[in-house]
Design a binder for this molecule. Structure first.
Ligand SMILES: Cc1cc2nc3c(=O)[nH]c(=O)nc-3n(C[C@H](O)[C@H](O)[C@H](O)COP(=O)(O)O)c2cc1C
Length: 357
């Protein structure tokens, strides 16, 4: 079982790097426009990206979404991600800690992030399927393992449903989350993995007391497609077909951010899932995200030996984007006009949602 977790993690990384795992849904950012301002009194030096997250100050509103750990070799990836997170003062998520909770000899693959980056916000990670069946102590262990500032619980129901060995039920999660809110010393983040959080899910968990949501909407890495490739390799042709039937489903990221913001106006929203450029990021921030997250671009950049270059270009691009939108900081950006067209406009109208003014 433990070995199975580690092997699966390495298979996931391999597929994410080498197979076409994005789409067919888009993020819907293509329906969002922010007027380009060719003249304002704001110069690049005036632009401020700092923001607070989990009680710590970030230089840029960016988190590396949870990906790795739990298999031999992944400590190297986590070390590199933690180094850039530390050097650029951005937040860091780690991959599911299931393997290390069940086999402490793998803890070092996660602990490395705290050793490297003692001061940045680090987000622990467990799947909803594990949280439901674990004792409270095991969940506390995951948080303590990296002295985490928060625990992300990922709701990957679509992925579990098509995964050859998946557990497609989170029955009892609400009750468990209520208990964990009492027992944990850090907040819980409710996170998807690329099919997106909807209004209903955010509203439900907000009602339990959760104040952090990571949208991970559709349009980027598609975990139903990732599992399709695993099912094909395993010869599980029913699951392979099932994945093909369902691959298009999800809440596109632009819609997911608006849904989450409407369902939890007073909460911290991470806009994520398919963000690839600084322009995507500024759109996410304008639609209501407090910070943005990305996964696949970071791991691809790591394996291409371009991690620092990617992070630097992204952060600089975000600064330039704010200047070009005529905004000097994130608050200012939220007061800038935004144009929403076509399908996203219809989505918002048919759901009775509002885009934050
Ligand atoms: C290699 C890899 C491994 C991942 N492992 C996890 C995980 O263990 N736990 C989790 O919550 N999300 C995991 N994710 C999902 C990401 O956090 C993110 O939700 C998803 O990939 C969508 O973002 P993207 O389009 O920027 O990749 C993983 C993503 C990648 C690329």
């Amino acid at each position: 079982m433990v070995l199975e977790n580690s092997v699966r993690k390495l298979e996931h990384i391999d597929i994410v790097l080498n197979k076409p795992v994005e789409g067919p849904s888009t993020t819907m950012f293509e329906y969002v426009f922010i007027p380009y301002i060719a003249y304002s009194d704001i110069s690049l030096d005036d632009v401020r990206l700092e923001t607070d997250f989990l009680g710590k100050r970030l230089a840029t509103p960016l988190i590396i979404s949870g990906m790795t750990g739990g298999a031999s070799g992944t400590e190297k990836i986590n070390r590199a991600l933690a180094e850039v997170a530390r050097d650029y003062r951005i937040a860091l998520g780690i991959g599911s800690q299931r393997a290390a909770v069940e086999d402490p000899s793998l803890e070092y693959t996660f602990r490395v992030v705290r050793e490297v980056a003692p001061e940045i916000p680090v987000v622990a990670n467990l799947g909803a399927a594990e949280v439901v069946r674990y004792e409270i102590n095991s969940v506390v262990k995951a948080v303590d393992m990296v002295e985490a500032d928060a625990l992300a619980i990922h709701l990957n129901l679509a992925q579990e449903a098509v995964q050859p060995e998946g557990t497609p039920t989170f029955k009892g999660l609400g009750k468990k989350v209520s208990e964990l809110i009492q027992e944990l010393s850090v907040p819980i983040i409710i996170k998807e993995v690329g099919a997106g959080l909807s209004y209903e899910v955010v509203k439900y968990f907000r009602g339990l007391g959760i104040k952090y949501f990571d949208t991970e909407g559709a349009g980027g890495t598609n975990w139903v497609l990732v599992e399709m490739f695993r099912a094909r390799k395993a010869g599980d042709h029913v699951k392979e077909r099932l994945a093909q039937f369902l691959a298009e489903w999800g809440v596109p990221t632009a819609a997911s951010i608006i849904e989450a913001r409407n369902a939890a106006p007073d909460s911290v929203i991470i806009g994520s899932g398919g963000l690839r450029t600084s322009l995507d990021a500024i759109k996410a921030l304008r639609l209501g995200a407090d910070l943005v997250g990305m996964a696949r671009p970071f791991i691809k950049a790591y394996f291409n030996g371009e991690l620092r270059e990617f992070v630097e270009a992204f952060i600089h691009g975000l600064k330039v984007s704010l200047m070009l939108a005529g905004a000097k900081d994130l608050r200012d950006l939220r007061a800038r006009p935004v144009i929403i067209t076509s399908l996203l406009k219809e989505w918002i109208n048919s759901r009775g949602l509002e885009v934050p003014k």
